[in-house]
Design a protein around this ligand. Sequence first.
Ligand SMILES: *Cc1c(COP(=O)(O)O)cnc(C)c1O
Length: 303
Amino acid sequence: MFDQKQLDYTQAPIVELQHSIALHAGIKLLVKREDQNHPFISGNKWWKLKYNLEAAQQQGYKTLLTFGGAYSNHIYATAAAAHELGLKSIGIIRGEETLPLNATLAFAKSKGMQLHYVSREAYRNKYSIEFNQSLTNRFGEFYLIPEGGTNTLAIKGVAEFAQQLQHEAAFDYVCLPVGTGGTIAGLIAGMNEQTQVVGISVLKNSEFLVDEVKNQLKNFSDRVYGNWHIETSYHHGGYAKTNPQLLEFIHTMNQQHQLPLDPVYTAKLMWGVMDMIEKEKFTPGSNVLMLHTGGLQGLHGFR
Ligand SMILES: *Cc1c(COP(=O)(O)O)cnc(C)c1O
């Protein structure tokens, strides 16, 4: 009923990054350019949505409803996916409407997403029974996708990606940015035991993420997973916070290595990996693969 072609998936390349810091440390740095897997549903969001979209269609839903902030890559991707599959979409957006719409929300709207703004307080209670009921009263039946797209079906999708990835290249570590933890949970679930999974948190005070990921894994499978950890010191001040050094770093990576990075996720990932190489956190001689999870649409909002 549902295959990858229906969502126009393109297998993205893996490129080697010739960076002096990595060469000096004897590390081979690879980048999986998953940001190129789809023009709109790009990066990890494609995989997180895959089985949710399938479930929504199989269960006969006509409408997707999900949640996000005004710059959310997940809102952007969900709007595009719904449009491609002929489903309606509703985005519950945290905070007040600001006009003109930013690039993310303007795009979502252009794909037919109905935007519904709620206060920060209401947003905090978005999964309560009362709030859900009020949404059903207002919008009718819908297939609910949580914030960031993170649920058990998202983990299933990312685990499938992890399995494919192991056939495409040999690597000892895979590094990725962590927001809600859904993507790292999927990678851990799909990766073989010999590969270390390293998450770079983009949130401040994110020590809670370890338990969060463990819970997500527990809901997904009975297996106990080792070989992963989350680095919590590369958030640069917190979610979506930047500073001149990070912006300069983005510029340099683009100029010298033709690697476009977004300031919210992938730049912090790259920064963290370079710092870890300098601090000799990776065994010399090993292959380190960075997962470019996408998010480049967000760049428009920062310009
Ligand atoms: C959403 C997103 C993430 C975070 O993924 P989680 O599953 O929430 O941890 C990482 N990178 C990019 C580019 C994203 O858009």
